[in-house]
Each structure stands twice: as structure tokens, then as C-alpha cells.
Design a protein around this ligand. Structure first.
Ligand code: LRH
Length: 489
């Protein structure tokens, strides 16, 4: 079969990429065409995304694909982080800059919302993990503060939907990204009107929900002219980055869990149906929408953000390599102190090393002094949180998790992969690291008929990418450490 090319735009909270996927004889190859930084803008105390500069970067990626790679892709597709959105006025223009989810305006929004609708009812209606930045609470806060942007808004598009709109002029909402909002019914592509009513959000600002793998339309003539691309289709892929990443798990058989490891650690299972009960409410698990009717039953864990933010502060003195941080942590003594990675203190503290010291002081533990000790505390605590979360999943399903697939950039950290296998006592498979872009590419391939099912997609990924295997060989007493860690949850 001849080669087919697909261009994926994959936007994370700290970087973005344009990755070209080359599919030939049921094997996939990748070429990184363009990579760029992403960071929140902090203006007059509010955090925003510079969505227009991101769009410029995507067009640069498309231009490079056509001019440097000499490739006219079959299609393009975009995935991003969850929950954030742009508001459009009646002229179809964006109103203000989109807020970034780590903005502090929602610090008290959940508690205020629960005075209108109880926590339990909100969970049973949505099945979504409570996080203060969920779209529901962001919009509720805008209603409460009478944000003028919301008053003139005629349309709400989530970040990937908005970028698709800039490419095609089509206003549609893709299911997986919409499912992060906490405004859909569990497992359904249907808005939950009771949640809109309780929050005071006008129900008419949201768009029709379409399934991942739908062709949205053609790239607009002005973009064809600017980038040199043909009138190619723009596909609404599984446009929540985690949904795309989960597509790429090269798993065989059942009883596996995935850890999509990047700025966030998303740890969970693929379920045939949503798992929404008082128990999953107490454990605060989410049920996000996946492809082919699956549900991503998972826990959002604070993830590499903790160490990325330490690095940002440490880099102010002298820029460090990631390996230096791993080496420093390796030299530090393990299990001297722990954090609960999901403590709200760590959402956006400004100075992460200080926040970690503050947490240890507050919880009467040893206060890590050196960078190595801080990094060690983060890595140990993350691994223990994974252990805690796997136990929770097993308690809901009644089935033992037999292996863990780590995908995404975090799978590059060999030390952490081994510690995870040791602590969990099950084999860990690491890779592919570009899981999100791969999932994005394969949904485009499905949309144009080059592949037919999730099963076939996973087989192609299994055959195309190397996966590292880590077998448990604990040198430390993880069980004893777990007993200390557990108390912080
Ligand atoms: C990871 C992610 C995660 C959360 C967060 C806002 O990038 O999409 O699933 O929803 O960003």
C-alpha cells in the first residue's frame, strides 16, 4: 500500500508539536516537523493562554510540512489539554483571551457551587472528578463575577475546537474534549441541562457534540494560500490529549492500566461503561469520554508539573538538564518525607520548592533541604500515589491490575519507570513517548478510512514502536513507605 501522511498538532501546557505520521504497510513512522514552547500569560494577576500565537505555530508546522518535508498531508488534526475554552461573540470573533485553568479565580468556586447543587448530585449527573478548574466551575465563576465576556458570548468552543474553527470556520464540539468540562452526562455526548441551570450558564452557548474521527471540513482558502497546503480535511480527532494518548496504549489482553505521564499523570483503565457510584465519588475518580464508546475511568494526578515547576525556579540560577535532576534525586536518601501530589497547595504556588517545604512543615515531617532531597520527595510521592490509585481502581472493579503501560514524555524517565514497577509489584511497559500525537494521527487515519478500528490501531502501534519493559525488583521497602504515605491522602 502506498504511503499516507497525516499531520498532528499536539498542544500541551508546556510545549506544542507538529508531528508528521507516515503510514505504510500497517506500520507507522513519525517525523517531528515543528516544536515550540507554550506557557501561560500572567497579565494583571490573571492567567491566560496566548491562543493566537499557538495558532501561528500550528500554521508554521503546516508550512514546514509542505515546504521542508515536501509533503501534502492527507489531513490535519489537533489535540490539547482539557477544560479550557474560547468564547465567541455573535460575529464569530473571540472575546478576550481564553483563561488558563491554573488561574486562581476558581479557588473557591467548587464550594460556592455546592451551595447551589450538592457535590453528590453534581457527581452523579456528570461522573467527573472534582477539580476547581473544570469548565463547569470556570463558567460558574464567570457567572458569579458577572464577567462581561460571558454576557456577549454566543458560542463556547474548547481549545481544540477553537483551533479547528480557525482552520475551517466550522463551530463544532468534539466529544472527548467536551467530556472534561463536567457538563456532559456520564458516557454520553449529551449536555446535562441541570448543570447549566444550577451554574446559571446559558445553555445555548454550547455547540453540537460530534464523535472523534469526524471530518469537520476543509482548511480555509486563506490558510491554503498562507501555508501552501491543498484543500485538505481537518479532522476532529480524540481532541483531548489524554484521550489521544489512551488510543496509543500498545496493550494486549485485559487487566491493564495506563499512566499517561506528562505535566499531569493520568492513571486509569479503559472501561466499557462509566463507573459512577458513591464509592467513585468518595475516591474522586473521573469518567471521561474515549473513542468507540469507551470511558476513561481515571484519576488526574498532579504529575510532572511538580518537578517541572521546581526546575523552572532552579533554572533561574543556572539551567539544568533533566538528567542532572534525576541524578541529584538518586543520590538523595529515599523516604525521608512525602507529599500528597494532589494537595491544592501545588496547583499553582509560584515557587514549587518552597511549597513542598511548606507542606512538609505543615505535616510535621522532615523538611527537604537540597534540590536532590526535594526531587526525591516528589518522585517517591508520585510513585506511591500511583500505588494508592491502582489499589483504588482494583477496589472498584474487583479485578487485579496485572500490568501498567506508561505512555507520554514521562516514560523517558527510566528511574521512575523502575521505581514504579518496584512499588507496584507488577511489570511496567514504557512507551511510546509520543503517544498523544500517535493517537491523533491514527484517528485521522481512521477518519479517511485507512484503518477501521481501535483494535487495529493498537496492533499497528504495537508493531511500530519499541516499548521498554521493567520488571519489579525492589531494593527499598515500598510497603513500609506506603503506610506513611497513605495517611496524607
Ligand atoms: C492533561 C490534561 C488533563 C487535565 C488537564 C487540564 O494535559 O488534559 O487530562 O484535564 O490537562
Amino acid at each position: 500500500m502506498s504511503k499516507q501522511h497525516f499531520l498532528a498538532f499536539d498542544l500541551g501546557a508546556s510545549s506544542g508539536r507538529a508531528i508528521l505520521g507516515i503510514l505504510e504497510n500497517k506500520k507507522l513512522d513519525l517525523v517531528e516537523v515543528h516544536r515550540f514552547k507554550n506557557q501561560m500569560l500572567h497579565i494583571h494577576g490573571t492567567y491566560y493562554w496566548n491562543i493566537f500565537s499557538l495558532f501561528e505555530e500550528l500554521k508554521t508546522g503546516l508550512k514546514k510540512c509542505v515546504n521542508e518535508q515536501n509533503v501534502q498531508p492527507e489531513s490535519i488534526g489537533t489535540d490539547t489539554w482539557g477544560v479550557d475554552y474560547a468564547l465567541l461573540n455573535k460575529e464569530g470573533q473571540v472575546v478576550g483571551l481564553p483563561f488558563a485553568y491554573r488561574d486562581h479565580r476558581t479557588d473557591n468556586s467548587m464550594e460556592e457551587f455546592f451551595e447551589v447543587l450538592s457535590k453528590k448530585e453534581t457527581y452523579l449527573l456528570s461522573g467527573i472528578q472534582f477539580m476547581q478548574f473544570n469548565t463547569l466551575f470556570q463558567l460558574f465563576s464567570s457567572v458569579q463575577t458577572e464577567y462581561s465576556g460571558l454576557k456577549v458570548a454566543e458560542s463556547l468552543l474548547f481549545s481544540p475546537d477553537f483551533l479547528n474553527y480557525l482552520f475551517t470556520g466550522e463551530k463544532k464540539t468534539e466529544y472527548t474534549i467536551a467530556s472534561t468540562s463536567q457538563l456532559l452526562k456520564p458516557g454520553k455526548a449529551e449536555w446535562e441541562s441541570k448543570l447549566f441551570e444550577a451554574a446559571g450558564i446559558p445553555g445555548n452557548i454550547v455547540e453540537e457534540v460530534i464523535q472523534p474521527g469526524t471530518v469537520l471540513g476543509k482548511v480555509l482558502p486563506e490558510i491554503q494560500e498562507e501555508t501552501g497546503c491543498n484543500a485538505i480535511p481537518c479532522v476532529a480527532v480524540a481532541s483531548h490529549d489524554t484521550a489521544s494518548a489512551v488510543v496509543s496504549v500498545p496493550a494486549k489482553g485485559g487487566n491493564w492500566a495506563y499512566l499517561s505521564s506528562g505535566t499531569w499523570s493520568l492513571l486509569g483503565i479503559e472501561s466499557k461503561e462509566p463507573l459512577v457510584s458513591e464509592k467513585t465519588l468518595t475516591m474522586n475518580f473521573t469518567n471521561e469520554g474515549g473513542v468507540e464508546g469507551t470511558t476513561r475511568f481515571l484519576k488526574n494526578i498532579m504529575g510532572m508539573w511538580l518537578i517541572q515547576e521546581c526546575k523552572r525556579i532552579w533554572d533561574e540560577e543556572k539551567e539544568l538538564e533533566w538528567q542532572e535532576i534525576v541524578d541529584m534525586s538518586n543520590k538523595a536518601e529515599s523516604f525521608k518525607c512525602y507529599i500528597n501530589p494532589d494537595d491544592p497547595l501545588f496547583l499553582n504556588p509560584g515557587n514549587m520548592p518552597k511549597a513542598i517545604q511548606e507542606y512538609c512543615t505543615k505535616t510535621n515531617q522532615y523538611i527537604p533541604q537540597t534540590r536532590g532531597e526535594i526531587a526525591r520527595c516528589i518522585y517517591d510521592s508520585l510513585v506511591l500515589k500511583y500505588k494508592f490509585t491502582i489499589k483504588q481502581i482494583e477496589s472498584v472493579t474487583g479485578k487485579k491490575i496485572e500490568k501498567l503501560h506508561i505512555i507520554g514524555g514521562g516514560a523517558n524517565n527510566k528511574m521512575l519507570n523502575q521505581l514504579t514497577a518496584d512499588a507496584l509489584g507488577i511489570p511496567v511497559f514504557a512507551g511510546p513517548t509520543e503517544a498523544t500525537a500517535i493517537g491523533n494521527i491514527m484517528l485521522q487515519a481512521k477518519a479517511v478510512g485507512a484503518v477501521s478500528s481501535l483494535e487495529e490501531i493498537r496492533q499497528i502501534i504495537f508493531d511500530s514502536f519499541e516499548v521498554g519493559e521493567y520488571t519489579p525488583s525492589p531494593k527499598l521497602d515500598w510497603e513500609a513507605a506506603y503506610l506513611h504515605f497513605e495517611k496524607l491522602n
